[in-house]
Design a protein around this ligand. Sequence first.
Ligand SMILES: [Zn+2]
Length: 608
Amino acid sequence: MKILKIWAAVAVAFCAQAQAQDYLNYSVANAHSHNDYMQDVPFWEAYYAHFGSIEADVFLVKNQLWVANTEKDLSPDRTLEKLYLDNISKQIKLNKGNICPDGQKKLQLLIDIKQDYEASLAALVSILKKYPEITGNPEIKIVITGDRPKSEYFKNYPEYLYFDGDLNQAYTSDQLKRVGMFSASFTDLVKWSGKGIPRDEEKERITKAVEKAHASQKPVRFYGAPDFTNAWVNLIDMGVDYINTDHIPDLKKFMNSIPKNFYKNTKDYIPYTPTYATDGIRKKVKNVILLIPDGTSLPQYYAAFTANKGKLNVFNMKATGLSKTNSYNAYITDSAPGSTAFATGIKTKNTFVGVDASGKALVQIPDIIAGHGMVSGLISTGDVTDATPADFYAHSDNRNSSASILKDFIASKTKILIGGPTSGLTPETEQKFKEAKIDVYRDLKSAGKISNRTVVIDPMASQRITNGRGNWLSDAFDLTLNNLKSNDKGFFMMVEASQTDGGGHSNNIEQLVTELLDFDAVVGKAMKFADENKETLVIVLGDHETGGLTLLDGSLQEGWVLGNFSTNDHTAIPASVFAYGPNSGEFTGLFENAEIFHKILSAYGIQK
Ligand SMILES: [Zn+2]
């Protein structure tokens, strides 16, 4: 049972202020449907949401228990039997003895007796005689609250009945056996509204109440507690076992998203310490390293920063700005026009790669700088024909035309292209690559020392970092840098962390953060090279935000974060920009994404 697992965590949690792991111990089993009969579909909504606890208020009318909040709401078709007991019984029969088909779930039915407990309980006991499948079922716990007998009389009632405990009362161990849980009025305890965090003395009062219940090995619920996301987050932080709600779909979504919204980092790293010797100076550069974590803006970086216990290479860059990502024809861009803007200085239509809105081919940075004797390398942790790398070497009005995109590499002046497998690699293209003296390698290791124009199509590139990609991106960066830096006239390098975007699309904060931290290691390497080389500008920016991420909770000390995604797609939020090295100051303020192109050329001292 979920609640039992919580006890172990609770014992540890209360020693320190560490609550991180508690999130993962919470699920819909901790959800309590308050005044459930007031829902549009009583019982069933909470049942199918797999809530661990459901509450019904009852009045004794004509020897029947009628479910209602006040006497004026009484109606003969709304009895405890019709709305709850019959349905529970039906499900148990349907599931061959279990409340739910998987046999893993428990259900607490909290019956709130509004008046005259003696007569009401006598009626309840008599009604329940018809439901042995409920009263004899270890998965069902019936707890009586509201008007109820004094603890010395608990023993006079059948053993299948439990009672709601009062935290201000002392119980003998026999009486305690009949206490199903403890409930307390939240508003009597504190005035905290649920916004922000409770004041210290309020937090102390709440946690003391929780500790008291836990000392008796009982779960605790607060009625009248604030009922929205921020309040739930804080109640979980304080170890409250049952989260009381009138908003079943919202709490269900919140609880079910915890496993994908929560991430705790287990190995934080120390970022590179920059010298800042050339940072911000005005001087032509020989090299530009453009690092693109796809689908990221400030929330993504801050999630990674939190998971890495308050440090990140990219946050050591002092020049920060914002890039407006809207495309030629859409408020919300995709990666194709997003990076076309960086590569060409032109905003184009969604799904267009290296072409303008009319479909005309645009000249990209690698081709422009080749005229000045410079070389270029492109790296991605996705398909080599994905929109972001393709934007720098190909021309297509459809980002999905991977065969024609890959073929475009032949005519491009880009020297090195490294990434994951593509369906666009046909025997015909391989033959054409051969004729054009382009070396094709199937993994990074066999690429060894690059001399000719080179394409590396390595299946490892497309693996997730959590799936064993290891240092692949760093190794690809080193391999490319070692080759490009030997060119006297300078170079351009673009590195895309492709799978950060996937973390946003799949609303998976672990994927997002692990990919972004892997990418940040490359940011550190690029900054180190910039310090050694003194003529290198490093720029970090996403092509757009993905997921509409917000951060609900986190610990910079413990390296965990709880996020919440508002969409499974891109958003219009401007992308954060960071720059380091000569001319980094040009990347501050708010500007159009297409200006990145002009800022890069101007840093090289190239007029276009
Ligand atoms: Zn995307």
